[in-house]
Design a protein around this ligand. Sequence first.
Ligand code: BGC
Length: 421
Amino acid sequence: MSKIFPQKADSPLAKKFPECFLWGAATSAHQVEGNNHNDWTEWEKENAQRLSKESGGKYPPENYISGKACDHYNRYEEDFDLARRLGHNAHRFSIEWSRIEPEEGKFDDKEIEHYRDVIRALRARNIEPFVTLWHWTLPVWFVKKGGFEKSGNIKYFVRFCEYAAKEFKDGVKFWITLNEPEIYAANSYLKGIWPPQKKNLISYLQVMINLIKVHREVYIMIKKISSDAKIGVAKNNIYFEAYRNKFHNLMLKKFIDWWWNFYFLNRIKNYQDFIGLNHYFHNRIKNFKFNQNENKKISDMSWELYPEAIYYVLECLKKYSKPVYITENGLADAKDENREWFIKESLKNIHKAIAGGVDVRGYFHWSLLDNFEWDKGFWPRFGLVEVDYETLKRKPRSSSAIYAEIAKNNSINDTEQEEEK
Ligand code: BGC
């Protein structure tokens, strides 16, 4: 473990975060709950063998089946106890549409009660719930109707959200309508790697447009139910960097910034109370090529670790004049070699953005637990807490204690400056 300086909140080198800053971690239903039945579980069954083969046999087919996942559905109290012990005062999770409305128009009271208990369990521990209404998985009946590709289907999702908003309104203030709509649309309808594995530009654009409509309609509907609710999306924004600021690199950056980072946000700008930022990527553009990164440090998934990027991404959100919650940020790091460094450096950069006038009000690390990483399966380890998938035992990684200390002090020491002294 690296040298840890005591995080004295009153040290002159401490970078303080705003009062009432929210500190937490995020999960999503399909990735942690276990025993879901939705379009992904169907797809996993059909594709596990293929994915295992494509890994050259490195990962067995079981790696690609979400199955019981972390059994968080039954162990949420234990997990929230851990979160509390780790100093978290907020938690982001998603409710699973396919559980609540397993058949078209039939809502399951037992599942409603389950999520009510989940919300109560958070509140009992003084943890503020951030509820995501859709984190990529869909009921099978909805997919059979054509999913989000058909604008006529928007009403089904809005009806589900209305049901949830009415049932949970007493316990929930913060709502996230959609998780990373642009990643979903690209992976499921353009690149053809996630269900329903389409590669069709028109479908991709249609899904994007429909998700914009979905967000707006759900926003208006929730506001009617609880006027003081705070509503946003979790938007995946990337730091596109034009190599050496050369003209052609800059032109491409301008275009891709507009499409990837701002188009969705611009179209919903009058329908959001905050911006939820999910941030993972830096993408350097050099001579018309993307991803020309230096990759000095990478995660277990070979994603570049470049914590400076979050500063630039946050700066660009200033123009919306909205509070920002960082709803995801993290790395796959099974050995916990880089997580402490990554968290500290990211937070220093977030602090810099706050000092520069971006109204950041919270940070949710991805993730509280190791979990099911979609088409990659279980091998990537994103958790502050390690999960043994045989015994389902939880074991906090050492970086979780560093994050806990920062959260408890609501500040981070600039150890580099301290070391220089
Ligand atoms: C998603 C998570 C995912 C994480 C790491 C985010 O884009 O919202 O579901 O596990 O990235 O890949």
